[in-house]
Design a protein around this ligand. Structure first.
Ligand code: 6PG
Length: 237
């Protein structure tokens, strides 16, 4: 746990340098699934900064998305737009190394097309990311694995559409089996508003329907990059 969001972000950036270097040494490339939402913005900016940009062999990187809002790529809500503007374009990542969700298709077709893009990229199973970067919602969702949604029961590694009745929006998400096949999973969670969710996921009763981030259980246990505020309820539990 880190003293501040900035410290958590910096620690994760250092960790990612090591992960990318190891993947390139072992496999000649690194394949990440990027997180969306607002938390990763500072991380992406730091990775693209003069301090970090030369510490990773970015030309060996391939970038997918852990989830995507069902909005145009130009929308301020687009996870692809966030990554494109803060990380991918500043680093000059080639377009054929970036795999956005095609949100111009209907939701189910977009999810199917993404599953096919994953299969085409990875080849024979298992589809194995070197790293999946995740955030955590204050309701303990991660990626777009939201409480009490059918996708939580998906047993197949791939991408699926998710309908959120409260917000009346669709999302596209990687399924828990695909996330759990990853070599490594890292959560970046900071802010007091996340403290209860962090406690529920890490210390609460086992109830993935209510706390979907509990579904994330890769062979190599996930790393959590937390600030003190988000970790505040762990000490007392
Ligand atoms: C998304 C993310 C989602 C996010 C959490 C936390 O598309 O919103 O993938 O899982 O990580 O909702 O969001 P914040 O970082 O904005 O708090």
């Amino acid at each position: 746990m880190h003293a501040s969001p900035e410290a958590a972000v910096r620690s994760l950036a250092d960790y990612l340098v090591g992960q990318a270097r190891q993947a390139v040494q072992q496999r000649g490339r690194f394949v990440w699934a990027l997180a969306g939402g607002s938390s990763p913005r500072r991380l992406y900016e730091l990775l693209a900064s003069a301090e970090f940009r030369n510490r990773i062999d970015w030309a060996a990187g391939y970038f997918f998305f852990g989830d995507e809002r069902y909005v145009p790529h130009t929308s301020p809500d687009s996870n692809y737009r966030l990554a494109r503007t803060t990380l991918l374009e500043p680093l000059g990542i080639a377009a054929d190394h970036v795999f956005p969700v095609d949100t111009a298709l209907p939701p189910a077709a977009a999810a199917q097309a993404y599953t096919e893009a994953l299969q085409a990229f990875f080849g024979p199973p298992p589809m194995q990311f070197d790293l999946v970067l995740l955030g955590l919602g204050d309701n303990a969702h991660t990626a777009s694995l939201f409480p009490h949604t059918p996708v939580l029961n998906e047993q197949v590694a791939g991408a699926r559409e998710v309908y959120l009745p409260e917000q009346q929006v669709y999302r596209i998400t990687l399924t828990a089996p695909l996330i759990n096949q990853a070599n490594q999973v890292a959560f970046l969670v900071y802010g007091a508003e996340k403290a209860a969710a962090v406690r529920q996921v890490l210390r609460g009763e086992n109830d993935p329907a209510q706390y979907p981030a509990q579904l994330v259980a890769p062979a190599q246990p996930a790393e959590w990059f937390l600030d003190q505020a988000a970790a505040a309820e762990l000490a007392t539990s």
